[in-house]
Design a protein around this ligand. Sequence first.
Ligand code: PDD
Length: 286
Amino acid sequence: MRTVYVNGEYLPENEAKISIFDRGFLMADGVYEVTSVLDGKLIDFDGHAVRLARSLSELDMATPISRDDLLEVHRELVTRNGIEEGLIYLQITRGSDGDRDFVFPDPETTAPTIVLFTQNKPGMIDNPAAKRGAKIISIEDQRWGRRDIKTVQLLYPSMGKMMAKKVGCDDAWMVEDGFVTEGTSNNAYIVQGNKIITRQLGHEILHGITRAAVLRMAREAQMEVEERSFTIEEACAADEAFTTSASAFVMPVVEIDGTALGEGVPGRVSMRLREIYLDEMRKAAI
Ligand code: PDD
């Protein structure tokens, strides 16, 4: 049984409790982060901690735990649960004032709820899905307008994933005003020759921590990077495509809306970036 963290306590998962009035539960009034663990160490911890603080501040919430204390909780959970390869899920909500109201409770009297738990995922590095490549469908982006804030409102992304599964695919890319925003839980890229194209940052997409690292590494490896919107038609005609996320790193895409990309197998640039990303991040893990 897992040991989880709730509001300052380490508990067996079946003893951890949250109020039914918690605003995360009633209103999706909360934010989250997912940090990967490789070799028992945290990948890009500081990137996630910085984005967490930004998400909270965009929602007028204070950051209730320091970077150092947060690191300690992450490490303690990794140790207590014996995680070598896996994920740490963190969620902070506006807490519970013991009732339901649209008005935010007074932060002086209502403390946020902090929850962290681990997910053991042996085989994340040698993931067979990355060797096969993902099949993608495109769907309309029906999410709210502040996707740069990592809120726990994941119903539409979850529905998108189900739409993909229903037709035998792995994931969905969302399209708004004719342009791809991102995947249901990842950032989206296409490759033309030696050039990597991914949507520019803005309120329309999550500012991926993996995205920032991969673009930096691509530039260091003398690949050309273009941050601009692209269409599904352009993606179908691209040499390669891939996605990035903390949970799947760099994941090659081999098919979009039934059209095979290139040879229909994971592309050279995508696989190279996956290798560079894993190499460098494992060295820098803390
Ligand atoms: N999802 N875009 C969306 C909509 C996401 O949910 C995620 C991450 C990303 C990639 O961000 P990062 O590289 O920081 O993981 C982009 C996490 C992994 C999840 O919900 O499980």
